[in-house]
Write a protein that binds this ligand. Structure first.
Ligand SMILES: [Zn+2]
Length: 138
């Protein structure tokens, strides 16, 4: 799907340079980033054109410690299931100290969270591929 492609930006490896993110334990990446936008549901151009019609949270992140990286995008299907990636995200935000009061829009919460450390993680909710997840506020 198109979203997967936008998450994998061309980077140093394209010129044969061994990227810093090639470290022991796998190729999952980390970054510090600010939130460019977070909307749930989102009606941006990418979301509107997507073949995925389920309503989703779309987060766009601007890396602050990876000057060569383009902005990173992540999507979470809006779900009230406790085994969903969306549930895992809210749980994580609360764990790192971001207030997520019931009744508040998650997009507004994330848009206001400021700079944070983010890392790609696998097996978030029912998602098998790597997902950008917040690690700690800066
Ligand atoms: Zn969008």
């Amino acid at each position: 799907m198109a979203e997967e492609e936008t998450k994998r930006e061309p980077r140093e490896v394209d010129t044969g340079v061994i990227p810093a993110e090639f470290r022991e334990g796998g190729g999952l990446r980390t970054m510090t980033a600010t939130v460019v936008s977070a909307k749930a549901p989102c009606s941006c151009g990418i979301c509107t054109k997507s073949k995925i019609k389920a309503k989703r949270l779309h987060i766009e992140l601007k890396p602050t410690n990876q000057p060569k990286w383009k902005n990173q995008n992540e999507w979470f299907g809006l779900s009230d299931a406790d085994d969903s990636a969306f549930f895992a995200l809210v749980e994580r935000l609360r764990k790192i100290g971001v207030a997520c009061p019931a009744g508040k829009n998650i997009g507004e919460v994330i848009a206001a969270m400021g700079e944070a450390e983010w890392a790609e993680e696998e097996k978030i909710g029912r998602t098998q591929s790597a997902v950008w997840m917040p690690q700690r506020l800066l």
